[in-house]
Design a protein around this ligand. Structure first.
Ligand code: SF4
Ligand code: SF4
Length: 474
């Protein structure tokens, strides 16, 4: 016979959604994060054991927490209370996370010595990653190796959380597995192993190497803005790296010139933004709890168009100057120093401050796709194709729409999806990344991501079922 444990508490002191196993999961991941902070503070933590424990604790802890959180509930998306939690309603917790993330990016880009990176021998956080870096490439870790490892860990562990949350939805499941594999394999393991193979070739290595970004084939120009920079081109062409060097050069050029426009024509920019890209991968997994924070203001839409296309023009001009300087063997174009006037400002303003510090650090304030929406030149490039020459569209069954607004709320690109649904109009927007969340959260099955004939994909429908007050202009 069960016994009742009476409590005289008027309110329930236990958080409604958090049981003991979830707390254990949280504690385990907390231990992993704590180890990273202790190492940062130079406490004498055994490196190999410490790093392995930190990574596994975070991975297993987040998995246990997410499993309990979502699997004890029926299938379906639950964003319950999202506007009432400090982390996700721009509350105190959100600001704290934002400040920590932003601060970490500032240290990473401009003051790596504060996280322990030292050319004479690493300390602190960076030193903790030395054994893993030695394993891959026989060199001590750099701040970028630390960043790449943590970035991959975030996508994989929070990707597992995402998979539990959206487990009923095949599209969400497939594309999340895709971004997890793309990050872990193409952006992390393969480039690190290839870098290791070249580092080992010390007799012919003249200082350049096919580094992290060169061999990440999914990091495509113009997102990979320094693809044409001298040091990269020198490395691609260096004799010691053949035939791999030239192969990566050809792959890199083919990716933006052929693969990108062709795939975007057939399926829209979602093939990259929501299935492959590392920035998109982090936004979709780690950024999932913040997607509703994207601004839906008209002014944001206007700013978006100016900014994203402005960055795109900037990267084209910077690259043209770089290529000119490389082939004509001059450091100047029209009397302007190429490094000081083009490469350096772009690297600082866009490559570091915008894509890193603001793009990720501001998730809890501005939503998860700030960079993808306002800055990414790759998104700008594919957006033009998607808008004017693509088979992709989101179709809307307007008669079924109950105007609940879920779709617009959770669109991370700030698109007013509901306005299209109410009119029964196809959504053809340059900024749509095809994440499919609008469709997933719609309680009426109104929205469908489709590829079809280009003809008439932007026309208004002739008949509006369930909305006869709407008149279509002839
Ligand atoms: S319109 Fe839908 S598919 Fe496109 S970005 Fe917004 S939520 Fe994602
Ligand atoms: S979520 Fe569905 S029902 Fe709600 S406004 Fe959007 S299209 Fe209409």
């Amino acid at each position: 016979m069960s016994t009742i444990d009476p409590s005289l508490s008027i309110a329930n002191p236990e958080p409604k959604d958090t049981d003991v196993i979830q707390k254990l999961g949280l504690a385990l991941s907390g231990i992993g994060v704590l180890i990273l902070f202790l190492a940062w503070g130079n406490l004498p933590i055994p490196k190999t054991v410490g790093l392995a424990t930190a990574i596994l604790s975070i991975l297993i802890g987040v998995s246990i927490y997410s499993y309990r959180l979502y699997m004890k509930q029926p299938e379906g998306i639950k964003n319950n209370g999202i506007w009432f939690k400090g982390l996700t309603n721009r509350g105190v917790l959100g600001w704290m996370v934002g400040i920590v993330l932003t601060g970490f990016y500032v240290l990473l880009y401009w003051y790596p010595e504060y996280i322990g990176f030292k050319s004479t021998g690493n300390e602190g956080l960076v030193a903790l990653f030395d054994p893993l870096s030695m394993f891959f490439k026989g060199q001590p870790a750099s701040q970028w190796f630390v960043y790449g490892t943590l970035y991959t860990l975030a996508i994989v562990s929070l990707g597992i959380k995402f998979l539990y949350k959206y487990r009923h939805n095949r599209y969400q499941t497939l594309r999340t597995i895709s971004v997890m594999i793309a990050q872990a394999l193409f952006a992390y393991f393969i480039p690190e192993i290839l870098a290791g193979l070249n580092y080992n070739d010390v007799t012919t290595n003249s200082g350049e190497y096919l580094g992290y970004y060169n061999t990440d084939i999914k990091n495509i120009w113009p997102l990979d803005y320094d693809f044409f920079h001298d040091w990269q081109q020198d490395a691609f062409r260096q004799e010691a790296y053949q035939p791999i060097g030239v192969l990566f050069l050809i792959i890199g050029i083919a990716m933006f010139l052929v693969v990108t426009p062709v795939l975007t024509y057939f399926v829209g920019k979602r093939w990259y933004c929501s299935w492959v890209c590392g920035c998109g991968g982090l936004a979709e997994t780690a950024g999932d709890p913040f997607r509703h924070l994207s601004s839906k203001k008209l002014s944001a839409w206007k700013l978006e168009r100016w900014l994203i296309h402005g960055v795109m023009v900037f990267v084209f001009v910077m690259t043209a100057a770089t290529v000119y300087g490389y082939f004509w063997n001059t450091g100047e174009v029209f009397g302007l120093n190429i490094y000081a006037n083009f490469q350096k400002p772009y690297g600082f303003l866009i490559g570091a401050a915008f894509s890193g510090v603001i793009g990720v650090g501001f998730y809890p304030m501005l939503g998860s796709r700030v960079w993808c929406r306002f800055g990414c030149p790759m998104a700008g490039y594919m957006g033009i194709i998607q808008r004017f020459k693509s088979r992709f569209r989101i179709t809307t069954n307007g008669g079924q729409c109950i105007s609940c607004g879920n779709c617009s709320t959770y669109c991370e690109q700030g698109i007013d999806v509901r306005a299209y649904a109410q009119k029964g109009q196809n959504i053809v927007r340059a900024s749509c990344v095809g994440c499919g969340i609008c469709s997933a959260v719609c309680p009426r099955g109104v929205l469908k991501l489709e590829n079809g004939p280009e003809e008439a994909r932007m026309d208004l429908p002739p008949i509006m079922i369930g909305n006869d007050s709407f008149k279509v202009a002839e």
